[in-house]
Design a protein around this ligand. Structure first.
Ligand code: SF4
Length: 493
């Protein structure tokens, strides 16, 4: 779509709205004024009002949208003018699009990955929950059930925030190996059948990185509140390797204030009694066993070499081997699944009674086999039905939503939601999603996110693939100096 910006530079905001409302369109920015199809979005700061206007022409037919805000509110310090400007241009574009016949999305004009943060901001401004809920719906035109998800997640975020002190951090360790590669996967993960020989050198390099990280954490006086070993599938490692990895973390870092130690045991074909006992005996108190679906046909279609019965066996084994809080991930919209099939998956997982259930919405990125094969995605209507079923059945079974995020490249722009039984929420998930504290990450494809108390964020990335990671171990260790520089700057702010 041809886009013309006037009086502002909120290009990213306009592009986010474009992706939400017209997912197949890509932006172009021609010179001059609009002629023919396209969209002009302007912003004008007047004496009393700040106003954004949008003129949208599609197939020769033109629609208009407008959004305005009192100038005093625009300049208020707890919502920066730039953020207000972004919200106004998005809203003007959104209104023009709806008038042109675009169907109202369930999330209204909300774009971005972390919608619950918008709700938290309203409550922290002093609004009651009820008022914040009303204001949120008014500002963003989203459906009431989505606003309620944001309110529940905002509550959990504020509760987690109260547990954290300024020097609290979480640790993440990335193990980029999996038994085979799932068809929808876009993670940096190497199928172990092709890379068995890389595991030991990878773990040696990881040990060096953990030592360098632990030195920095000690020097800065940072306090570890949660540990998360993810991937990939960490349980691709042998029991002895898992034992060693967990023991290294406990030896190198002071985990006395750590509230949880979680390991992704994602795929049942990687889980056995020896591994579960190795985890339980080394302080791991949370694991994630991820069926994605309980339909054998759908599992086959996504390249999983296990059955639903294997998932049940792995779950029962985990209950026998340790006192774990167990999470189970599901995905709505997998190829070959249907709303009825998804409801059946949900019921079978609920019957197992895990403490956490995370419901994802299939996101197909460029590198996944499904995208490359050109297979059809589930319709937005089917995904809406699946997520609606999840919201009703999980709520009725005593689970509450506690974190929430949205991704690009999903059908219908829906959300991923972590549901938990009361008191079993995973602190790490809330911290990373709501950016409550720094996540210091180690391992293949791991990404450190440093968060200052004023909200400044910096990222440091580890090499993506095991070979690059092993070859670059020295550089990765030296890169930990950036964590020191960040905290030294934060402390002098
Ligand atoms: S288990 Fe996860 S990381 Fe591994 S291939 Fe499947 S989707 Fe990718």
């Amino acid at each position: 779509m041809k886009i013309y910006l006037q009086g502002h530079n909120c290009k990213y905001a306009v592009e986010q709205m474009l992706l939400t409302l017209f997912p197949s369109e890509r932006p172009e920015y021609p010179e001059g004024a609009q002629t023919g199809d396209g969209c002009t979005v302007s912003l004008a700061v007047g004496e009393k009002l700040v106003t954004s206007r949008c003129r949208l022409t599609l197939d020769g037919s033109t629609s208009f949208g407008r959004a305005a805000l009192p100038r005093a509110e625009y300049e208020a310090d707890n919502l920066s003018p730039q953020r207000c400007a972004q919200r106004l241009v998005k809203l003007a574009f959104y209104r023009a699009a709806l008038r042109s016949g675009v169907k109202k999305p369930a999330w209204g004009s909300v774009t971005g990955i972390r919608p619950a943060k918008l709700m938290t901001a309203l409550i922290e401004k002093g609004m009651s929950e009820r008022a914040a809920l009303g204001e949120f719906c008014r500002l963003y035109d989203l459906d009431a059930d989505k606003a309620q998800l944001c309110l529940d997640s905002a509550r959990a975020s504020m509760a987690a925030s109260r547990l954290l002190a300024p020097r609290d951090i979480c640790l993440y360790v990335g193990i980029p190996f999996c038994p085979t590669r799932c068809a929808y996967c876009s993670f940096v993960s190497v199928a172990v059948e092709k890379s068995l020989g890389l595991i030991e050198p990878f773990l040696n390099a990881l040990r060096l990185e953990m030592e360098a990280t632990a030195r920095v954490v000690r020097e800065l006086g940072l306090r570890v509140r949660a540990v998360y070993i993810g991937g990939g599938t960490p349980t691709t490692l042998s029991a002895a390797q898992l034992r060693q990895l967990c023991a290294s973390l406990r030896e190198l870092f002071d985990l006395s204030a750590c509230r949880e130690f979680c390991v992704e045991a994602g795929r049942p074909d990687t889980i056995d009694e020896a591994k579960l006992r190795a985890l339980a005996e080394n302080g791991v108190d949370r694991i994630s066993i991820n069926p994605q679906t309980m339909s054998d046909a759908v599992l086959r279609g996504i390249g999983r070499s296990h059955t639903a019965a294997d998932i049940v066996r792995a779950y029962e084994l985990a209950r026998k081997c340790g006192d774990f809080v167990i999470n189970m991930d599901l995905i709505a919209g997998l190829p070959g699944d249907t709303p009825d099939g998804f409801a059946e998956t949900l019921d079978r997982v609920l019957a197992l009674d895990p403490e956490n259930i995370t419901v994802h919405n299939l996101a197909l990125k460029k590198g996944s086999a499904i995208t490359l094969s050109g297979a059809a995605q589930a319709s937005a209507g089917d995904i809406a039905a699946m997520l609606g079923t999840a919201q009703r059945r999980l709520g009725a079974a005593g689970y509450a939503p506690y974190y929430l995020y949205r991704q690009k490249f999903t059908s219908g722009g829906f959300e991923n939601v972590g549901w938990s039984k009361k008191g079993c929420e995973n602190l790490y998930n809330v911290c990373i999603m709501e950016e409550l504290c720094s996540i210091i990450a180690m391992g293949g494809g791991a990404s450190t996110k440093l968060v200052s108390p004023t909200g400044r964020i910096e990222r440091i990335f580890c090499p993506k693939y095991p070979r690059e990671y092993i070859a670059g171990a020295e550089k990765v260790c030296a890169g930990k100096e950036a964590v020191k520089e960040f905290y030294n700057a934060v402390l002098s702010e």
